[in-house]
Design a protein around this ligand. Structure first.
Ligand SMILES: [Ca+2]
Ligand SMILES: [Ca+2]
Length: 475
C-alpha cells in the first residue's frame, strides 16, 4: 500500500508545479458607469462574474420566514430558486437564459421585501505547488521526522498540554477528503457533499482517453485531504504523519469545490450554513476569491457563524511574488472582519514569497517554501493525500498517493485551526474573539518590528497560545 522511499530521495524528485489557475475574471467585461448607475445600490465590483452568461442571483429576504413566491416582484422572471441559508433567508435564484442579470437584480432590489440582490462570483482553491511522493512506513508516524512545521510552530511542545478532544468538531470547507484514508478515517464524521447538492456530480472527463471519473463523496483534487491531514492525521498510529490535533478531533468534511478547485459564493454560503447545522466549533476554509468580491451573502453567513461561537480560520492567498516586490491583497473570506486570516512562513522563519498580505492579516503559520529556483525557502509541508488517483493523475500523471508535500497559505491555515482545536480542548468556553486575540497576542514577532502587513502579529506559537490562559485582551 505504501511505497518505500527515503526522506533523502524525496526532495530529489522532480517538482510538479500545479499552475496557479487564476479565477474567472471580468477582463473586458467590467461594468460601465452606466451599468453601475442602472443597478442602483449595486455598487460592488463584479469581478468573478461573467455578465454575459451568469444567471445566478443571491437574494436575501428582509423577513426570512416570508414566502419567496409571494414577495418577488412580478416583472422578474425566475426559473429556479434554492434556499441556501435558512437561518439568514438567503436564496440562490436562477433567471432564464438571455435575461439581463443587472436588470433583474435592480428590479429585485426595488422590492421592499428584499434586503439585497447580488451576483454569485466564482471562488477557487488557492493555486499551490505540489508535490513529491512520500510513502514511508515505519512505526510511530514514520514521516514525522519531515514535519519541521510542528517544531517550528511550537506544536510539539503544545502536545505536552493537549492533543485534542474527541468530541470537538471542526468543519473543513474544501475539495472534500479521501473518506477511507488510513491516517484520517478515525477522525472523519459524515461527509457533506454540498458541491453535489448545489452543482451536481463532480465528474472529471479526460479529453484524450475518454475516461470519466466521478469524484462524488470524495476529494478529486487532493487539496482538501492535505488540509485535513495537517489538522487531524492520526498521531502515534505507526503510519504516515501526525496532525496538529491528531489524537482527538472530529472532522466534518464539507465538499464545496469541484476536482479542479472551482466554486462560487453560493456554494460557499451553503457550506457555511451546513457547518453551522453540524454544530462545529471551528471552520477551516483554505479557499479564496479576490479581495473585491464583497459578497454580502457570504458576509452574512460568516457573521452568523461567529455569533454562534464558531471560529473561522482562512488563508490569505498565494498570488504574491515577494522576490520581485509583488504583494497581492488578502483574499475573501480571510479579509472579512472576525475571520482569522493566516499567511505562510517558511522553514527559515521568513514570510513565504507567495503569501498575500495587507491590513487584515492576523498571523503567519508554516506554509512551506515556494521552491522557485531563486528562493531558498526550505521544505514544504508533508500531509495526507488521496489514496486513489486524483484528476491530476489523469491529466499530468502526477503519481502521489497517500502522502505528499506541498506549499501554500492553504497549508498554513490548518495549523492555526488545529491549534484552535487544542485551545478549545482545554478551554471549551473561549469565544471566537477571545481565540483570535489570544493567537495574535501570543504570536512571535517577525519581519518588521510589531504588526506588519506581511506577517501580521507574527508567527504562530502554539505553546504560548495554550499556556497564556490569563490573557483575555480585547482586539
Ligand atoms: Ca499517523
Ligand atoms: Ca512584525
Amino acid at each position: 500500500m505504501f511505497k518505500g522511499s527515503t526522506p533523502k530521495s524525496l526532495f530529489a524528485l522532480g517538482l510538479t508545479v500545479l499552475s496557479a489557475c487564476s479565477s474567472v475574471s471580468l477582463n473586458g467585461l467590467a461594468p460601465t458607469s452606466a451599468q453601475n448607475a442602472a443597478t442602483g445600490s449595486l455598487t460592488m465590483p463584479l469581478a468573478g462574474v461573467d455578465l454575459a452568461h451568469s444567471r445566478d442571483i443571491l437574494l436575501k429576504l428582509r423577513d426570512k420566514a416570508a414566502d419567496l413566491n409571494s414577495v418577488l416582484p412580478e416583472n422578474v422572471k425566475i426559473e429556479d430558486a434554492r434556499l441556501i441559508s435558512k437561518d439568514q433567508g438567503i436564496y440562490l435564484l436562477r433567471i432564464p437564459a438571455r435575461t439581463s442579470l443587472l436588470q433583474s437584480m435592480s428590479q429585485l432590489e426595488k422590492s421592499v421585501s428584499v434586503a439585497y440582490a447580488e451576483p454569485n462570483p466564482s471562488f477557487k482553491l488557492p493555486g499551490f505547488q505540489t508535490m513529491q511522493t512520500a510513502s514511508v512506513v515505519r512505526p510511530n508516524d514514520p514521516n514525522y521526522g519531515l514535519q519541521w512545521n510542528m517544531k517550528s510552530s511550537g506544536v510539539d511542545q503544545a502536545w505536552a498540554l493537549s492533543t485534542g478532544n474527541k468530541n470537538l468538531k471542526i468543519a473543513v470547507i474544501d475539495s472534500g477528503v479521501d473518506p477511507n484514508h488510513p491516517d484520517l478515517i478515525e477522525h472523519l464524521e459524515k461527509f457533506e457533499d454540498v458541491w453535489n447538492e448545489e452543482k451536481g456530480p463532480d465528474v472529471y472527463r479526460n479529453p484524450l482517453s475518454g475516461l470519466t471519473k466521478n469524484y462524488g463523496g470524495m476529494d478529486g483534487n487532493g487539496h482538501g485531504t492535505h488540509v485535513t491531514g495537517v489538522i487531524a492525521a492520526q498521531m502515534n498510529n505507526q503510519i504516515g504523519v501526525a496532525g496538529v490535533s491528531g489524537e482527538g478531533v472530529r472532522i466534518v468534511p464539507i465538499k464545496a469545490t469541484d476536482y479542479a478547485g472551482n466554486t462560487d459564493a453560493a456554494v460557499l454560503t451553503a457550506a457555511f450554513q451546513r457547518a453551522i447545522d453540524r454544530n462545529v466549533r471551528v471552520i477551516n476554509i483554505s479557499i479564496g476569491g479576490p479581495a473585491n468580491k464583497s459578497t454580502q451573502a457570504l458576509v452574512d453567513v460568516i457573521e452568523l457563524a461567529l455569533q454562534k461561537n464558531i471560529s473561522i480560520v482562512s488563508a490569505t492567498g498565494n498570488e504574491s511574488a515577494r522576490l520581485v516586490g509583488t504583494i497581492s491583497p488578502i483574499t475573501v473570506p480571510a479579509a472579512y472582519p472576525g475571520v482569522i486570516a493566516v499567511g505562510a512562513h517558511t522553514q527559515y522563519d521568513k514570510v513565504a514569497s507567495y503569501s498575500n498580505g495587507g491590513p487584515e492579516i492576523d498571523l503567519v503559520a508554516p506554509g512551506g517554501g515556494g521552491q522557485s529556483a531563486t528562493a531558498a525557502e526550505g521544505q514544504q509541508i508533508w500531509s495526507t493525500w488521496p489514496s486513489y488517483p486524483t484528476y491530476e493523475y489523469y491529466q499530468k500523471r502526477v503519481t502521489s498517493t497517500y502522502y505528499a508535500a506541498t506549499s501554500g497559505t492553504s497549508m498554513a491555515c490548518p495549523h492555526v485551526t488545529g491549534v484552535v482545536a487544542l485551545m478549545l480542548s482545554r478551554e471549551p468556553n473561549l469565544t471566537p474573539a477571545q481565540i483570535r486575540s489570544r493567537l495574535i497576542a501570543t504570536a512571535d514577532d517577525m519581519d518588521a518590528l510589531g504588526f506588519d502587513q506581511a506577517s501580521g502579529y507574527g508567527k504562530l506559537n502554539a505553546l504560548r497560545a495554550l499556556k497564556w490562559t490569563e490573557h483575555n485582551a480585547k482586539d
